[in-house]
Design a protein around this ligand. Structure first.
Ligand code: 5GP
Ligand code: ZN
Length: 135
């Protein structure tokens, strides 16, 4: 997509610090890092949502994520990771080109877990939600 910043990175119109690349995916350092080595992994095909990929593409993207984690582990030796993506504006997605965030974590870095993203389960009970899945 011509006005997509990540497509511009793929097309080398915008520079990036590449961490990993294969035929399907590119991983580069986030320009506004939330952790040392904060990296985003993107499919080379412009796709907005994870579910827009077919299952073979999903596998390729997740394998690329694993390889990036391995590389970060060797280079920066973090104590842990948070890995995930913001999907659609309600999920915090700003760049509309699917990207998996990899946040290397370090003991004592002051960050939280993925649970700290949202704490608003609404007034509905877990039992009522479960009933909706059974309906
Ligand atoms: P989102 O909120 O869409 O999940 O995250 C988009 C991410 O892309 C942000 O963490 C932001 O810092 C990063 N980002 C935005 N523009 C650029 C850019 O031009 N280069 C790089 N390397 N990262 C970018
Ligand atoms: Zn794009």
């Amino acid at each position: 997509m011509s006005d997509c910043i990540f497509c511009k990175i793929l097309n080398k119109e915008v520079p990036n610090y590449t961490v990993y690349e294969d035929d399907f995916a590119l991983a580069f350092l986030d320009i506004f890092p939330h952790a040392k080595g904060h990296t985003v992994v993107i499919p080379k095909k412009h796709t907005e949502k994870f579910v827009d990929l077919n299952e073979d593409e999903m596998k390729k993207l997740i394998v690329a994520v694993k390889k990036v984690m391995d590389k970060i582990q060797i280079v920066l030796n973090p104590d842990g990771f948070n890995v995930g993506w913001n999907e659609r504006p309600a999920g915090g997605q700003v760049v509309p080109h699917l990207h998996i965030h990899i946040f290397p974590r370090y003991n004592g870095d002051g960050g939280g877990s993925v649970h700290s993203i949202i704490k608003n389960a609404g007034v509905i009970s877990v039992e009522e939600v479960a009933a909706k899945f059974r309906a």
